[in-house]
Design a protein around this ligand. Structure first.
Ligand SMILES: Cc1cc2nc3c(=O)[nH]c(=O)nc-3n(C[C@H](O)[C@H](O)[C@H](O)COP(=O)(O)OP(=O)(O)OC[C@H]3O[C@@H](n4cnc5c(N)ncnc54)[C@H](O)[C@@H]3O)c2cc1C
Length: 382
């Protein structure tokens, strides 16, 4: 089994983690990435402790923590008067969950992952858009055949590999978002020191610090029909943002004002319905968004992709055959991923309910109380 050739389609967070972990486990891995160069958008990502445990497995947790910011705490605030509805300690995450809670710039995480894959001996092919999967591997849009007895589709929301499992396109979730990075100065400096979110009916604003807390990452969410253009780099209009958050508290107005100075990007949130199986012919499988693209309301999409990647490599390393390894991977991952996907959708309703004052007074269901942080992809049975 070791030495078996595996093709990973897609060099996002999930594909790069899987490629590095599989190569470290002794497989011969080729990763194909459609874009001409590896990279990520100018935005942040939260790596909850369960994600950081996966990155520890491939030996990059310290580098990621050093490049990121570990918040001491977070809070959820009322949209109109800004009062704190709930607050969470995050500084004790290493003691409580065995790994830190980290905010990081996506480009910084990506650079560390690419280096880890390269060091593990992964063959990295950029400018290689996979057009189809065939019996001996995959074929690229420009007609090259890349051999591999196993194909892992880590090609994201619009996955080509997923089409073999499910012909339906991704669906529009009814949510749109605007994203923006700004210097953490003036009124934004305090918000960077105490990250979190403001919640209101049908809307919420998330903010957290990046790069030594010099930058504030802001994401503005709203339920909005009639527009479902997907893509990370569609320019957003400041007027629309101002109108959407009219009447929200001063802190939100400060973020709207900073975001209005641009550049501001807007995108529609699309997702996937859960699949009943992630395995075809005992040799083609999926991971990350290709398998289970979810809404971002638990901050767990990338975490789930990282968990998939590590469990895949461990299952493949532990099994007597590649077919058995893939089956053990799917059996270990599918229910958890489906659960997180469904809870993430429901969390949008919980966070953006009609009466924000009631938030957290009842039975709180969030990424922490659901037990997601405690999961350890390095030791979960495969
Ligand atoms: C607003 C928002 C905020 C989020 N915040 C968080 C968060 O805080 N924490 C968290 O854990 N998750 C978060 N997520 C989710 C997270 O970003 C995704 O789940 C994660 O990036 C998925 O990684 P992936 O590798 O599966 O897919 P992707 O990152 O989409 O990577 C897929 C890669 O495949 C390539 N590709 C596509 N098609 C082909 C092809 N045919 N051939 C070759 N290559 C191809 C693409 O170019 C891309 O590089 C958020 C999502 C959104 C929308």
């Amino acid at each position: 089994m070791a030495g078996e050739k595996i093709v990973v389609v897609g060099g996002g967070i999930g594909g790069l983690t899987a490629a590095a972990a599989l190569a470290q486990a002794g497989f011969a891995v080729t990763l194909l990435e459609a874009t001409a160069a590896f990279g990520e958008v100018g935005a942040g990502v939260t790596l909850a402790p369960n994600a950081m445990k996966g990155l520890a497995h491939i030996g990059i947790a310290d580098a990621v923590a050093a490049a990121g910011v570990e918040p001491p705490r977070q809070r959820i605030q009322h949209w109109q008067d800004g009062r704190t509805l709930l607050q969470f300690e995050r500084g004790d995450s290493r003691e409580r969950y065995g790994a830190p809670y980290v905010y990081i710039h996506r480009a910084d995480l990506h650079a560390i992952l690419v280096e880890a894959a390269r060091l593990a001996g992964v063959e990295l092919l950029t400018g290689s858009t996979v057009a189809s999967v065939h019996a001996e591997g995959v074929k690229t849009q420009d007609g090259r055949s890349v051999p591999g007895s196993i194909v892992v589709g880590a090609d994201g929301l619009k996955s080509v590999v997923r089409k073999l499992f499910d012909p339906q396109p991704a669906y529009f979730t009814g949510h749109v978002a605007w994203r923006m990075l700004a210097p953490a100065e003036g009124p934004l400096a305090d918000l960077a020191q105490w990250p979190g979110m403001h919640i209101g009916p049908g809307r919420m604003v998330v903010r957290y610090p990046l790069r030594g807390s010099r930058i504030l990452n802001m994401v503005f969410f709203a339920r909005q029909g009639g527009w479902n253009e997907e893509g990370w780099a569609i320019p957003g209009s400041a007027e629309e943002l101002v109108a959407t958050y009219d009447g929200w508290c001063d802190e939100v107005q400060a973020m709207v004002a900073a975001a209005s100075r641009g550049p501001l990007f807007k995108w529609a949130l699309n997702a996937r319905t859960p699949l009943s199986d992630w395995l075809i012919d005992d040799r083609i499988t999926l991971l990350g968004d290709a398998a289970h693209a979810m809404t971002p309301f638990l901050g767990q999409g990338a975490a789930c992709a990282i968990e998939d990647a590590i469990v895949l490599a461990r299952a493949m390393g532990a099994a007597g055959s590649t077919a058995e390894g893939l089956r053990r991977y799917v059996a270990a991952r599918r229910d958890r991923a489906n659960f997180i996907q469904l809870e993430s959708n429901e969390n949008a309703d919980r966070l953006q309910g009609d009466d924000s004052s009631l938030f957290g007074l009842g039975n709180l269901r969030n990424e922490e109380t659901l037990g997601l942080f405690a999961y350890d992809c390095r030791t979960t049975p495969v």
